[in-house]
Ligand binder design. Structure first.
Ligand SMILES: Nc1ncnc2c1ncn2[C@@H]1O[C@H](COP(=O)(O)OP(=O)(O)OP(=O)(O)O)[C@@H](O)[C@H]1O
Length: 266
């Protein structure tokens, strides 16, 4: 059973609300397409049949109970696990046999659930390492500091000294330090205090309002419904539902059937 969501999700900005409560963001053609993807980890068959599209300029939420294969799907897209069957197309290219560094250079930024920051390096060094295509622009840094002011405060501090929330802000900043064609974000609010959840949601909403394409795993359904346009639900290594977030958000029975959510969590 998924945990009940704390009511910590900030309201959309005035500009976003101005489009009207029922406004759906325009959904472009698929930037990423998975078809029949199967992944083994060791001798375990984890993904059996994963297929979905990630449309350009929208936020696609990847949802499902614990252990159904969401993280494995992101890692397979990133080339960190090898797809033993099926295809993964990104911007028209088949990437399922590419190594991770080539996938990153093609424009996919990844924020892993584990954050994967370098504890002995400073915040500045961690952020700089996130830039795969050249020097970091001051304009981009200023934007990151506006999203996460604490990043500037701790700029010269070893990342290992940061709190859990600050580490998550750093992990996001590493992916956001350059404009990517696609952002893969794995459970960015997991284990964070409500005020930090709010900061993280605001940052991702800011990114979304710039027209970014995002595929995000999120267990907090309040966060998922606040940010998501499209939704893909997985169970037992396969996709069981695809559709508009609004359709899932408005249907408590569907949430219970697909993800075991109770009314409290939705
Ligand atoms: N390194 C590994 N070795 C063996 N099994 C693994 C490994 N990583 C993941 N698994 C298994 O693969 C399955 C899918 O895991 P995955 O982390 O992709 O699920 P998830 O949907 O992201 O779950 P959660 O929401 O709990 O993070 C689980 O049964 C998990 O135990």
């Amino acid at each position: 059973m998924l945990a009940a969501a704390a009511p910590t999700v900030p309201e959309p900005s005035a500009a976003y609300q101005g489009r009207g409560a029922t406004w759906q963001r325009p959904v472009g053609p698929a930037l990423l397409s998975l078809d029949g993807v199967q992944t083994n980890i060791g001798r375990y068959h984890i993904l059996s049949d994963v297929g979905f599209d990630v449309p350009s300029g929208a936020v696609t939420m990847l949802l499902g109970r614990n252990g159904v294969g969401k993280t494995t799907t992101l890692r397979t897209i990133m080339g960190l696990w090898h797809a033993r069957a099926g295809s993964i197309r990104f911007a028209g290219e088949k990437i399922e046999h590419w190594p991770p560094h080539r996938i990153a250079r093609a424009g996919i930024g990844y924020v892993p659930e584990s954050m994967s920051i370098f504890s002995d390096l400073t915040v500045a060094e961690n952020v700089t390492l996130g830039a795969v295509s050249g020097p970091v622009s001051q304009q981009r840094l200023d934007w990151l500091f506006s999203l996460f002011p604490q990043l500037a405060t701790f700029w010269r501090v070893p990342a290992g000294h940061l709190s859990g929330g600050q580490k998550q802000m750093l992990a996001l900043s590493r992916a956001l330090v350059e404009k990517r064609r696609l952002y893969l974000i794995d459970e960015p609010t997991k284990g964070l205090a409500p005020s930090v959840v709010s900061t993280v949601v605001s940052a991702i909403r800011d990114l979304k309002l710039q027209g970014a394409t995002i595929l995000m795993v999120e267990q907090n359904f309040a966060v998922a419904r606040a940010l998501g346009d499209q939704c893909v639900v997985m169970d037992d290594g396969r996709v069981t539902w695809r559709g508009q977030m609004s359709d899932l958000a408005d249907d408590p029975e569907l949430q219970t059937r697909l993800m075991g959510l109770t009314g409290d969590a939705a």
